[in-house]
Design a protein around this ligand. Structure first.
Ligand SMILES: [Fe+2]
Length: 244
């Protein structure tokens, strides 16, 4: 199963700052559409918009609708559940879902806080996650905006609201040995980390003007996303992709 992971589009309207970000998003969508092996699905891990405006979600939604495969979205700290749900036709409440595939269970989690830009995960969401993890024997991949782990190569390595919340989340996740990877956005740079022995990673922002960190010269001026190849035996491989 092949997943295209995209993140942090920060669509901002009206223009002029928005024009570049829409162009970056368009390049990502076009690049995915040109892949010789088409992903089975696309997951956007949040900060879809920059200002939580309806027109920004509409723009993102219409770009994703150009793709033939299912596209799933979760909120980043720049998004708001209510506005996102209205445009993407999602149920009210936390924007979390289970995607059950032949060999993997994908869990898309909502790490929004009501009080800060950092990650949170309340008791209600923990109970949802525990139920989801208890309900499968398949390998599990978690997608969420904020990393719950300390990131390497980031001057701001910890992005949850507090250690207790992150520890509770990490304790739950590590108590299920079928969790194989945690895929995040938010950092605007490619970083790695660990939750126990589970590898975690953050993917850089697709919008070029929000991208941080250093990249190979061949990626200059090219929006980046990643392809995650989930093998039937529970392994996976990630590959960064710089758009043509
Ligand atoms: Fe962001």
């Amino acid at each position: 199963m092949l997943v295209a992971h995209i993140t942090d589009s920060h669509i901002e309207l009206p223009e002029p700052r928005g024009a570049g970000r829409i162009a970056d998003f368009e390049r990502v969508v076009a690049d995915i559409g040109r892949l010789s092996v088409q992903p089975d699905l696309v997951i956007h891990t949040g900060d879809i918009t920059h200002c939580d405006r309806e027109a920004e979600y509409q723009q993102a939604c219409s770009l994703l609708q150009r793709l033939p495969m299912p596209c799933h979205v979760i909120p980043g700290n720049k998004d708001r559940r209510e506005s996102m749900a209205a445009v993407f036709d999602l149920a009210p409440g936390f924007i979390q879902q289970t995607i059950d595939t032949a060999h993997w269970q994908l869990l898309l989690l909502d790490t929004l806080s009501d009080t800060s830009n950092k990650g949170a995960y309340c008791g209600e969401r923990l109970r949802w996650l525990e139920t989801a993890l208890s309900s499968t024997t398949k390998p599990v991949a978690i997608f969420m905006h904020h990393p719950s782990f300390e990131m390497t190569d980031n001057p701001y390595p910890f992005q949850f609201e507090n250690k207790d919340t992150a520890n509770e989340f990490n304790k739950l996740v590590t108590s299920f040995n079928m969790v194989k990877g945690i895929f995040c956005g938010h950092a605007h740079r490619n970083t790695t980390g660990k939750v126990g022995t589970i590898p975690g990673m953050t993917l850089t922002a697709m919008s070029l003007d929000r991208r941080k960190g250093t990249y190979s010269p061949k990626m200059d001026g090219k929006p980046i996303y990643q392809l995650i190849d989930f093998a039937d035996d529970g392994g996976f491989r990630c590959q960064f992709r710089a758009c043509l």
